[in-house]
Design a protein around this ligand. Structure first.
Ligand code: NAD
Length: 506
């Protein structure tokens, strides 16, 4: 792929309309809102500020598209369309990467990797579209044959967060489409551009109008989707607090709900770990995307015998990371997404100090010559106990907590002590330590001697307050499908529930 070096002179304010029933659409009341680049303080995109009425129109379009063709489409047709979208994502990779970087503040090289990963998701879902087969039961008795078939659930409402906008909608949408559903999507108001651009590619690929509808806007749009009686299922990724509210709203109509929520993910580093690799994973887990990942490894649970040395090595590397302008190709860590997120980080750092944790490095804004950017110093706390808020709450910023332990049992118990259960990891070259932890850690994903990679083929989701359901993998098809049992009579039906009146008496 041909890549470019960008400067702010390449950036111009772009208006991106919503997509309803295959058409570009303004908001019903004509209102718009604008997004700034959080790293540069420059206006980059404007969008319609969607309303309840816009959601109503999108739901009607999605229902119509479902019933008038998409539900009946073949796996082959769906698969070809999904593959075409993957091809178009690759064609427009640079434009998508730039838009993602400008709205999120993440480095352009990282955005490029995410766009490439997104194309893979659409390709993988294309392979599933031809594998929607169910089961047949042929040993239920001589007069019985039973079939179990998958059907689309219907219109799926999808609500997504700002941290990995294109990747996260693509963990949902192509899988839902492969299963024959239609969608009404609300991206985060902070980072809607790449979702709208994806909608344009979906239209170009030849999807019928109304199969995918995108309504931009704030929580008003999200709430309208969660509560809408015409929507059959909600697939939400975001914070645990908002997820609970959405589940409650969806519960009023007993809509199916799939939730990908927060995490406070532990990495256990044993005395038998590959020390250098584990340090690197500690830094990566803490500071990738400025710590704004559901999968951030924000708790480092380290064997007491190496805890000090480990923390020092993390600090040393953290201080060498290139934090700065996300448009520069050699930047490793960019800007926090907005002022609200910056305020959350500052509050937790203050709480950590007050609780008596030792601030080993960081703990303040980073002055790097970029006025207005939301840059924060990579931060490490030691002497952290499992009860402190910096160890229990998802901070979503570049803040690592080091918690020492003495026995593996204790390490696993600390790891399992939060209300979350998204992901967890162990670093050990001792097979028994690794297997014990892999079994006993309560998390949807456990990494052994690696951290934070994922594949379209393997399911992803959380235990406890990290969510309900799974995305990705062939399991995602089941998540977006209804199961129907069809029972068939073979031969004449001889059994009777009640005898017919005696022919002689009649
Ligand atoms: P958020 O919960 O604030 O917002 C997510 C989406 O919900 C946005 O589109 C927002 O506009 C919408 N929303 C907000 N309030 C709403 C309401 N009352 N009703 C309906 N919709 C509403 O999350 P965020 O700040 O955008 O993203 C960060 C969070 O997302 C973190 O907690 C992170 O852990 C989580 N996350 C989870 C995963 C995962 O796969 N488990 C992945 C990425 C992010």
């Amino acid at each position: 792929m041909e890549t470019k070096n960008y400067t702010l002179s390449d950036v111009e304010l772009t208006y991106r309309p919503m997509i309803i029933n295959g058409e570009d659409a303004p908001a019903s009341n004509g209102e718009t809102f604008t997004r700034l680049s959080p790293a540069h303080e420059v206006e980059v995109t404007s969008f319609p500020k969607g309303t309840q009425e816009d959601v109503d129109r999108a739901v009607v379009a999605a229902r119509h598209a479902l019933d008038k063709g998409w539900r009946q489409s073949t796996g082959s047709q769906r698969s070809k369309l999904l593959m075409k979208v993957a091809e178009l994502i690759r064609r427009d990779a640079e434009a998508l990467s730039l838009a993602e970087t400008l709205e999120t503040g993440k480095p352009i090289t990282q955005s490029r990797n995410e766009v490439a990963g997104t194309a893979e998701l659409w390709e993988y879902a294309a392979s599933l579209a031809r594998n929607t087969q169910g089961d047949a039961h042929n040993a239920l008795g001589p007069d019985t044959l039973a079939l179990v078939v998958h059907e689309p659930i219907g219109v799926i409402g999808m609500i997504t967060p700002w941290n990995f906008p294109l990747l996260i909608i693509s963990q949902k949408l192509p899988f839902a489409l492969a299963a024959g559903n239609t969608a009404v999507i609300k991206p985060s108001e902070s980072t809607s551009a790449t979702t709208v651009m994806l909608g344009q590619l979906i239209r170009e690929a030849g999807f019928p109008g109304g199969v995918v509808n995108i309504v931009t806007g704030n929580r008003v749009v999200g709430a309208a989707i969660a509560e809408h009686p015409g929507i059959d299922m909600i697939s939400f990724t975001g914070s645990t607090g908002v997820g609970k509210g959405i589940a409650a709203a969806a519960g009023r109509d007993l809509k199916k709900v799939e939730l990908e929520l927060g995490g406070k993910n532990p990495q256990i580093i044993t005395a038998k770990a590959d020390f250098t690799a584990a340090v690197d994973a500690g830094v990566f887990g803490g500071y990738f995307n400025v710590g704004q990942c559901c999968n951030s490894g924000s708790r480092l649970i380290v064997h007491r015998s190496i805890a000090d040395e480990f923390a020092s090595a993390v600090v040393e590397r953290a201080q060498h990371m290139r934090v700065g302008d996300p448009l520069k190709a050699d930047t490793l860590v960019g800007s926090l997404v907005n002022d609200a997120q910056l305020a959350v980080v500052e509050r937790y750092v203050a709480e950590g100090r007050e609780a008596g944790a030792h601030l080993l490095t960081g703990g303040g804004r980073l002055e790097n010559g970029m006025d207005g950017g939301r840059f924060y110093q990579p931060t490490v706390f030691t002497d952290v106990t499992a009860q402190m808020s910096i160890a229990t709450d998802e901070i979503f910023g570049p803040v690592l907590s080091v918690l020492p332990y003495d026995t593996l049992e204790e390490a696993i118990s600390i790891a399992n002590s939060t209300s979350f259960g998204l992901s967890a990891g162990i670093w050990s070259n001792d097979i028994n330590e690794a297997l014990t932890a892999a079994r006993d850690l309560r998390a949807g994903t456990v990494w052994v001697n690696r951290w934070m990679d994922g594949y379209p083929e393997v399911p992803f989701g959380g235990y406890g307050q990290s969510g309900i359901g799974r995305e990705l993998g062939r399991q995602a098809l089941a998540e977006f499908s209804e199961l129907k049992t069809i029972q068939l009579q073979v031969g004449p039906r001889e059994t009777r529930w009640v005898d017919a009146p005696d022919a002689a008496r009649a």
